[in-house]
Design a protein around this ligand. Structure first.
Ligand code: SF4
Ligand code: SF4
Length: 83
């Protein structure tokens, strides 16, 4: 299962993640926050299929999807190659 991290300090509330997520993972808070918009919430994290669209398309780099299959999460790749 992927772990979804949303940096609320960087998010400007454009709503792109809500629009492009094929699994309706994101939604908005009911009320407007001090930032002047309804904050984004991760309402349905278990539905995430790890397509990475939200992380790739968020204009403020506010979303990180952590998954075992992600290239950047593979540690010590070279060390594991047998010579
Ligand atoms: S796409 Fe990024 S900046 Fe836009 S609402 Fe979603 S998390 Fe916030
Ligand atoms: S990785 Fe894909 S399915 Fe998961 S929250 Fe992002 S857009 Fe939605």
């Amino acid at each position: 299962m992927a772990k979804i991290k949303l940096n609320q300090h960087w998010c400007k509330g454009c709503g792109l993640c809500i629009e492009i997520c094929p699994k309706n993972v994101y939604d908005r808070e009911a009320n407007v926050s001090a930032k002047g918009f309804r904050d984004i919430i991760i309402k349905n994290p278990d539905a995430c299929n790890q397509c990475m669209l939200c992380e790739l398309l968020c204009p403020d780099i506010a979303i990180t999807i952590e998954t075992k299959n992600k290239i950047s999460n593979i540690k010590n790749t070279n060390a594991n190659i047998k010579k």
